[in-house]
Design a protein around this ligand. Structure first.
Ligand code: F6P
Length: 322
């Protein structure tokens, strides 16, 4: 049977480039003669059957827009069996042959649950500022978030140098350190703290002290939010090193803004590949980029496996920031 109609949904935390992915999915699908339905507010839209038709024209002008025109939501109701059933019913009612889920690992876990309840083929497009999806080296929006964080850290560096202060700058990343590591290394942070490694206050203070001895009187500590409350660490550093320490939480700005060219390119390639997979009737997959090559990867394996952080980069970051 020929593929006729597909759906697309953005779910979980938004990330810059989600719109570019919606545009790519819609335009490639149309070029292949498929109709596209966009579900609103993530899984909420599937459970409540709230959607609108998308066409090449309705996705015009969104390539460079942050956020998602389909809206997104955190959806506790979808975590129940009843919620998943409702979403599966919507897919049947809407006569959808395929569904493209644009989101991060939480959304993919939902997609896996849903795929067990429906014949509609499901393909995942990784989009998250956390970059914590197994099966792809990079998610849509990660590069943008790193650039946003680096731009802010550069500014804070100016005031840190002027006042000879130590700054702890907290970045997002949920329970993982991908964003902190990438932002830290590219902003020249003296210390990078990630949830994957327990914080040792004495080690941090030792780096600050030895930098001071060598004439470096200010310092930037980039900490992933998953490391925990940084106020205690700030107090500890203040006491041990007698430095002035300030804490700056970058927050939700990291989720917004116009996607970088790199995030847009990933969105274009991933969106195209997702539709190709559906046309080949290959559901239960995610698309990804591995070592510069576009790949299709098992959705189940992606959900079951944790992506590892390259801890050797932490050591390199330390050497580069001496
Ligand atoms: O997953 C993206 C992310 O921004 C995380 O980095 C952060 O921990 C979380 O979402 C915040 O979630 P919420 O938008 O529900 O506050």
């Amino acid at each position: 049977m020929e593929l006729k109609r597909i759906g697309v949904v953005t779910s979980g935390g938004d990330s810059p480039g989600m719109n570019a992915a919606i545009r790519a999915v819609t335009r490639v699908a149309y070029a292949e003669g498929l109709k596209v339905l966009g579900f609103e507010r993530g899984w909420e839209g599937l459970m409540k059957n709230v959607s609108r038709p998308l066409s090449p024209r309705t996705v015009g002008g969104i390539l460079g827009l942050g956020g998602t025109i389909l809206y997104t939501a955190r959806s506790p109701a979808f975590k129940t069996r009843d919620g998943v059933k409702k979403a599966a019913d919507t897919l049947d009612l809407s006569n959808l042959d395929g569904l493209v889920v644009i989101g991060g690992d939480g959304s993919f876990n939902g997609a896996l649950e849903l795929s067990a309840e429906t014949d509609t083929l499901i393909v995942g497009v990784p989009a998250s500022i956390d970059n914590d999806v197994y099966g792809t080296d990079e998610t849509i929006g990660f590069d943008t978030a790193v650039n946003t964080a680096v731009a802010e850290i550069d500014k804070i560096r100016d005031t840190a140098i002027s006042h000879e202060r130590i700054f702890i700058i907290e970045v997002m990343g949920r329970t993982r350190g991908f964003l902190a590591l990438a932002a830290g290394i590219t902003a020249g942070a003296e210390v990078i703290l990630v949830p994957e490694i327990a914080v040792n206050e004495d080690d941090v203070c030792q780096i600050i002290e030895s930098n001071r001895v060598r004439g470096k009187k200010s310092g930037i500590i980039v900490a992933a939010e998953g490391v925990g409350d940084m106020r205690k660490l700030a107090e500890g550093i203040k006491k041990q090193t007698r430095s002035t320490v300030r804490l700056s939480v970058l927050g939700y700005a990291q989720r917004g803004g116009s996607p970088t060219a790199r995030s847009r390119l990933l969105a274009c390639l991933f969106g195209n590949k997702a539709v190709e997979l559906l046309l080949d009737r290959r559901g239960g997959m995610i698309v990804g980029m591995q070592r510069g090559r576009l790949v299709a990867f098992s959705l189940e394996k992606s959900c079951m496996t944790e992506r590892t952080l390259d801890l050797s980069l932490l050591k390199l970051a330390g050497v580069l920031a001496t």
